[in-house]
Design a protein around this ligand. Sequence first.
Ligand code: FES
Length: 117
Amino acid sequence: MNIYSELILDHYQNPRNFGSIKNPSKKSVIYNPSCGDRIELDIVLKQNKIKDVKFRGQGCAISQASASILTDYVLNKAKEELKKLDKDFMIKLLGIELGPNRITCALLPLEALHKLI
Ligand code: FES
């Protein structure tokens, strides 16, 4: 596990925004077909901004930490701004070098977000 940064480990062990929203504006679920790991995302949208966000998931440290870190980031951000987030953004946000397999893990929550906005 020590190949991961403290940030990743912290979010994996103490995920932020974990859970579900009772009446979400939108929800999505996404799987990584190569491992079966899953992220589910609920959001509340008001005036085109994300006013609440929760995720649930099962999977590796990178996918779950990435979901926790991304959900922290998206709160109170506008839909239009979030549509522009891409792979490079996620790499910067997570602050670690990732190989091709691990990148798929890191991008899973972003894919779930893009399905919603
Ligand atoms: Fe499944 Fe990372 S190994 S998402």
